[in-house]
Design a protein around this ligand. Structure first.
Ligand code: HEM
Length: 558
């Protein structure tokens, strides 16, 4: 109950309601326009509120330490009174690089960085990560309440972003039993297969029109967007001509929203500053939300009207065609709609955001690494030719036999995760992990880069070596990693519910690209530049590669 009240308070402070985002669009002053007066006001407010926080925190701290648990917090930078290390949010950009650098300097695999009154706990050791998500996952089954997650989930109506509570349980149950269950996966097969066919057709056409130079970032992102849109909305996207402007804007809005979703935003640690939008994050999130709403809303409201308002027999006898129909048609025990229109809208948007970035990023990186090591591409191609041949295209039913392709995708998840940290978890009570005190409310950040590139776990951690995942000829390779030696789908109560769908999307994308085309670096380059972006973990420059057809023409056009 207390958590619910905290969320309500937070939403009220941020002006978040199920439909408030549209109304508030454009109200927030821009960072540049308000910076000078805003900074002064902010500093005054900061000092005052922080003083209160500090007193409160000192009192709490004393209680925990004296009465219950004398253990130390994980090591970290000495926090300033009141604000902790919050100055770093503005001065140490990007924060994730600063945090990893700090942990390396301190030679620690768990740290504590206090931002305002929040303890942020990054972790780079699988053993410690397992303590959080395997031994004590019920203590860490919540998510933080933040500016962006509140806005993007329409006030915490959805499964992935909601803090622990009844709404999270309801929506997670709906997804597990109705959206990603094995029967639904089978039901959606033909839609995914249709988009896998569109993928090879599109690259085939690019070979003809772009002198065989293919931008694999565009291809991978739009394939992932199209598969998800097709399952969600049953619309056919991305015919031979490539993505439309709306589709481009859709994918861009998803990536932009995800970039800001759990970014280190000042107002997440000092919520009273949210209106000032000092770092401009709120404006960005609202902009992405506006685009997503513009593109989703006409389809969703038409469908709700169709299923709920048109009570003619004919309509009631119609079968659902896609996931949107499924969400709208769910009934509770009294035969009433299980989800409100706001829940349908918010959950639809969350599914779109959950499904696009991981498969596309993994495959873009895998292709870049493999083009630089052609012997790996050769081995992967040989596997497909052996398992599938050259007379038909790879199908989902081939996936269990494609161990080497899966090892390549798995290696991309290990070495090149899409985000530096796992989706944050929140401690529901004071507890102890790895001999350290973890106060209630701490934000736990399992480091995807820290785990996947940990030199104590991985030999030559920075080298792309898919063979490290092949244990024997017989053992099937999976993309899941429940031991948390890296994070793909994570584990525990808040772990990803869609490992089967995520694996299918990723492996089909990689396998079709490798089966359909011979890939090499553009002739003007000595190799693909594998540098990461400064502010994120994507390839710094979108991957552009040379593609040659390797199958009979009729297969591309099927
Ligand atoms: C390759 C694709 C995907 C990867 C690698 C992936 C990875 C993840 C990760 C790392 C988490 C956070 C787990 C944690 O907090 O410990 C997560 C959560 C989640 N994912 Fe996925 N995901 C993928 C695709 C999908 C898809 C397609 C869906 C939806 C249909 C989905 C739905 C969710 C949901 C609902 C959660 C939150 C669960 C909760 O908080 O209770 N994911 N995913």
């Amino acid at each position: 109950m207390k958590e619910t009240q905290e969320i309500l308070d937070f939403c009220a402070k941020h002006g978040i309601t199920a439909d408030a985002e549209q109304k508030s669009g454009g109200e927030a002053p821009t960072a540049t326009a308000t910076m000078s007066s805003a900074t002064i006001t902010a500093l005054l407010l900061l000092a005052l509120v922080a003083l209160c926080n500090n007193v409160k925190q000192k009192l709490c701290h004393k209680t925990i330490k004296n009465k219950h648990n004398p253990l130390p917090l994980p090591p970290g930078p000495t926090p300033w009174p009141v604000v902790g290390s919050a100055r770093a949010i503005l001065h140490k950009k990007p924060m994730f690089r600063w945090i990893h650098h700090l942990m390396k300097e301190m030679n620690t695999e768990i740290a504590c960085i206090r931002l305002g009154s929040t303890h942020v706990i990054p972790v780079t050791s699988p053993t410690i990560a397992q303590e959080f998500l395997r031994k004590q996952d019920s203590d860490f089954a919540s998510r933080p309440v933040t500016m962006a997650s509140g806005i993007l989930s329409s006030g915490y109506l959805t499964a992935a972003l909601s803090p622990y509570g009844e709404q999270w349980k309801k929506m997670r149950r709906v997804l597990v039993s109705e959206v990603v269950c094995p029967a639904r996966h089978k039901w959606l097969h033909d839609k995914r297969a249709g988009e896998a066919d569109n993928l090879v057709k599109y690259v085939f056409n690019l070979c003809k029109t772009s002198a065989h130079q293919v931008n694999l970032r565009t291809v991978t992102r739009h394939y992932s967007g199209n598969v998800t849109r097709r399952m969600m909305f049953n619309e056919i996207f991305w015919q031979d001509g490539g993505p439309t402007i709306d589709e481009e804007q859709h994918v861009d809005a998803i990536f932009n929203a995800l970039y800001y979703l759990y970014a280190f935003c000042v107002s997440n640690y000092f919520p009273f500053l949210v209106g000032l939008d000092l770092d401009g994050h709120k404006k960005e999130v609202q902009e992405s939300l506006r685009t997503l709403r513009r593109l989703h809303e006409p389809i969703i409201s038409e469908r709700i009207k169709q299923w709920r308002d048109d009570l003619s027999l004919e309509c009631n006898e119609k079968e659902p065609q896609d996931l949107l129909d499924v969400l709208i048609m769910l009934k509770d025990s009294q035969g009433k709609p299980l989800l409100t229109p706001q829940e349908v809208r918010a959950q639809t948007m969350e599914i779109m955001m959950a499904a696009v970035d991981n498969p596309s990023n993994a495959v873009e990186w895998a292709m870049a690494e493999m083009i630089n090591q052609p012997e790996l591409l050769h081995k992967a191609t040989e596997e497909i030719d052996r398992v599938v041949g050259k007379e038909r295209l790879v199908q989902e039913s081939d996936i269990p036999q494609l161990n080497y392709i899966k090892a390549c995708a798995r290696e991309a998840f290990r070495l090149h995760p899409v985000a530096p940290f796992n989706v944050p978890l929140v401690a529901l009570s004071d507890t102890v992990v790895a001999g350290h005190r973890i106060p209630k409310g701490s934000h736990i950040l399992l480091s995807r880069v820290g785990l996947g590139r940990n030199p104590k776990i991985w030999d030559e951690p920075l080298k792309f070596k898919p063979d490290r995942h092949i244990m024997s000829d017989k053992a099937e390779v999976a993309l899941t990693e429940p031991d948390l030696r890296f994070i793909s789908f994570s584990t525990g109560r808040r772990g990803c519910i869609a490992a089967a769908l995520g694996t299918t999307m990723t492996v089909m994308l990689l396998a079709r690209l490798i089966q359909g085309f011979s890939w090499s670096k553009p002739s003007n380059l000595s190799s693909i530049n594998l540098a990461e972006g400064r502010n994120d973990l994507f390839l710094a420059k979108p991957l552009v590669a040379q593609a040659e057809l390797r199958l009979p023409s009729h297969l591309y056009l099927a």
